[in-house]
Design a protein around this ligand. Sequence first.
Ligand code: PFF
Length: 455
Amino acid sequence: MANTEAHGRGNWNSTLGFVLAAAGSAVGLGNIWGFPSQVADNGGAIFILIYLICCFAIGLPVMIAELTIGRHTKKNPVGAFRMLGKGPLAPLIGVWGLICGVMILAFYLVVSGWTLAYVIEEILYYFGHRDLAAVVGNLEHGTKNAIFSVLFMLATITIITGGISNGIEKATKMLMPVLIGLLLIMIFYVLTLEGAMDGVRVYLMPDFSELNTGVVLSAMGQAFFSLSLGMGALITYGSYISKNQNIVQSATYVTLADIGIAFLAGFLIIPAMYVALSSGIDILDAEGNLVRGTQLVFIVLPEMFHNMGGLGLVAGVAFFTLLSLAALTSTISLLEVPVSYAIDEHRITRRKAAWGIGGGIAVLSVIVSYNINLIDVLVSVFNEIGLPLGGLMICIFLGYFWKTENALLEISKGYENVGESSFGAIWSFFIRYICPLLIGLVFISTIYSMLPWFG
Ligand code: PFF
């Protein structure tokens, strides 16, 4: 086993192992950091409702598509499209995925590094080293960002070199339950604090006046990023699935786990904001909206933990450990895409591929660390345009070139008669018409909204 894992492709040991690994890829900073701030920004429960529709109408069908392509070809995204497509253009869909993965990982590592840095900051702060804690807590501090991104990459490489079942599957099987346990404990704790219920109200109260096309677009973009779709991560994970596994069922579990954890994270982050407010911390910007993104999680929450005294240390360390673990199971999947490409297409050993490619991406993350404004550019180009574009190409390729009939034949290996079922017909219709249409709309609107940015 160890030998095949080092030189060959490897496989998941069990369905549960695969579901946890794929859920680990999906559950990340996007759920705990991104989703709650998007909800707070976009009209509370109305955003949640639209997000759910996006996950089930676009996310789930595309996830099934990616897993099916992966399992059928048993290859990385580039090799998979080369095998299924006829012309020289098909592998470019995989190449695009690879580029997006590498660039997303370059900035994702920096934000993941912040989570790790905060664990250390909390400890330094409570032991009285406030100056040092301030350096570690400074999001703009290039050297600090570089050190923690590289550390995060080292942890990612260490797990990847272990292979599929011995590395990724084992690690995520251990990390995911810890993550869920920590999340639940944190929620119960935060909900007992003063002001928390105001946050719950804001979270669950739909504000219909906020409903506009921008909200729909944000929800779709968030669904793509959160479910790890559009760049071949799930083609890669799908390539390690055994033939008798029911892809539709597994994809549904992964989608539900991702949505469930994002929803739970909202019960932690938004109430925590209002706890911070009731302890005198400003959480509203000049226009009266909740501060968002980076500020919300990385500035307001540490301030709140500091105000809480001794228990704040435990809560702060637990919270940022939770974020680190969620980020780690996602960086693993982001790195696995180019690593599987190098193993399949260039016959490089897993160890060499992980260290070589991981090292290269770590250098990119050091560049981002010193030029922190690059994060916004990378998010715009590779998340907001790159992933929907990848998803669109995957749907068009599967729907019109490889054909949904062939995909259904592959799915039927673990789900008998899916070709004749109404599910099969609905899925085919979504892949050929609904998903390309909806994703195309997101894509065009995103580009359109960015035109002034391009100058
Ligand atoms: N799904 C991850 C998150 O929500 O943080 C991010 C991500 C991981 C995107 C892996 C894409 C990917 F391939």
